[in-house]
Design a protein around this ligand. Structure first.
Ligand SMILES: *Cc1c(COP(=O)(O)O)cnc(C)c1O
Length: 390
């Protein structure tokens, strides 16, 4: 079986985890801040807050930006559900901006149109969450310019994109956003098992996210509420937070993986190039790369050309899986999920997203994918595309 993505764990990674297991602190020790410092340093952001998943990071990022009841948060329909769910956790609503047909990221033109309409209706979003699909950056300069005009905040969901670049700077530096979120799930670029991180250049936002990841409890005397001296102990709960902390065990794995981040992305590019070349003569659209960016290549998404293929999307998906190639579909438009459909979204809400959804497959792509495996995938795909239904 060839999965669509998987981790690459070295002996150094294992040793780093074992060292923490033998140390004094399994959690709330020195490794989490070291991991945070390493990632914020790599990305060129001032602050980083490590948490137990990107989902948690998106939640506290929304809360830190003041998302609450009565607010609307906009994201792309072509993303993992967590990019939209974070709004609902805060009591806000989620809405969706259609995608660009070339990059498959949120379309800045559709965003501009939707903002103009929302302004008239008095329903502007508080936060917009662009998602760097497959590791390719959104048009952040364009989205940022619109945020200035309409006054919304920006959270980059860069769950796919650590190690990627935009305008020759690292994704995660928050030049065009308030907060950037990474995921360290094992299929992503680097892993901590489960884990995530929120980066920002705003000290107040960082402080607020740190508070929210640990029950809303502060240990800083300066942040404590005034009380009679005999009532002040070593901590106070000043807000309602969560236990979203990352452990030192997880952070040790992440810190060790950071050493190979660039190597992982380079390897992903080499494999993507091999696919690009081998698939160029097939009735497929291979991933178009915007010249403004350098993708981390979390995913290699191909788009079928249905008018040139006699098999259906479903048949190709099932036959590849039957051949042991665990292709996937990233993603079903979020508003198509039964939970969102029940909120009144209909199946034709975003036409470009619908078209994309009906034509795409993610081929396996991860650093340990071997030359033989990639050849097998290419050969299988070719023979399935050109086999006629009997
Ligand atoms: C993986 C992913 C998430 C959620 O990440 P977790 O760390 O698993 O919570 C959020 N958004 C996108 C786009 C993702 O791919």
């Amino acid at each position: 079986m060839i999965p669509y993505g998987r981790q690459d764990i070295s002996q150094d990674d294992i040793d780093a985890v074992v060292n923490v297991l033998r140390s004094d602190f399994l959690t709330q020790g020195p490794v989490v801040p070291l991991f945070e410092k390493t990632v914020s340093g790599y990305c060129g952001a001032k602050h980083a807050v490590a948490v137990n998943s990107a989902t948690s990071a998106l939640h506290i990022a929304c809360l830190a930006l003041g998302v609450g009841k009565g607010d609307v948060v906009w994201t792309t329909p072509i993303t993992f559900v967590a990019s939209a769910n974070c709004a609902l956790y805060c009591g806000a609503e989620a809405d969706f901006v259609d995608i660009d047909p070339r990059t498959y990221n949120m379309s800045v033109e559709r965003l501009a149109e939707k903002l103009a309409e929302a302004e008239k209706a008095g329903r502007l979003p508080r936060v917009v969450i662009p998602v760097h699909l497959c590791g390719q950056s959104c048009d952040m300069a364009g989205i940022h310019a619109l945020s200035r005009q309409y006054g919304f905040k920006i959270i980059e969901d860069a769950s796919h994109a650590i190690g990627g670049r935009y305008h020759d700077e690292p994704i995660g530096n928050c030049r065009y956003s308030d907060i950037t979120v990474f995921s360290f799930h094992p299929v992503k670029i680097i892993t901590t098992g489960e884990g995530g991180m929120a980066l920002t250049n705003d000290g107040q936002l960082a402080k607020r996210m740190r508070l929210l990841r640990s029950h809303g409890i502060t240990v800083e005397a300066a942040d404590m509420h005034a009380r009679a001296a005999e009532e002040i102990w070593n901590y106070q709960q000043t807000d309602l937070g969560f236990n979203y902390r990352m452990t030192d065990i997880h952070a040790a794995l992440g810190l060790s993986q950071m050493k190979r981040l660039d190597e992982f992305v380079t390897r992903r590019h080499a494999l993507a190039k091999r696919y690009d070349e081998a698939l160029s003569n097939l009735p497929l659209v291979t991933p178009w790369q915007h010249p403004d960016g350098y993708s981390s290549y979390h995913l290699y998404v191909v788009r079928l050309k249905p008018d040139k293929i006699e098999r259906t999307h479903r048949e190709i998906y099932e036959e590849l899986r039957a051949a042991g190639i665990l292709v996937n579909l990233h993603y079903i438009p979020v508003y198509r999920q039964p939970y969102y459909e029940a909120k009144g979204f209909n199946a034709s809400y975003c036409p470009q997203a619908e078209q994309y959804y009906s034509e795409v497959l993610s081929l396996p792509l991860y650093p340990l994918l071997s030359g033989e495996q990639i050849d097998y995938i290419i050969d299988s795909l070719e023979s399935i595309l050109f086999t006629k239904q009997i």
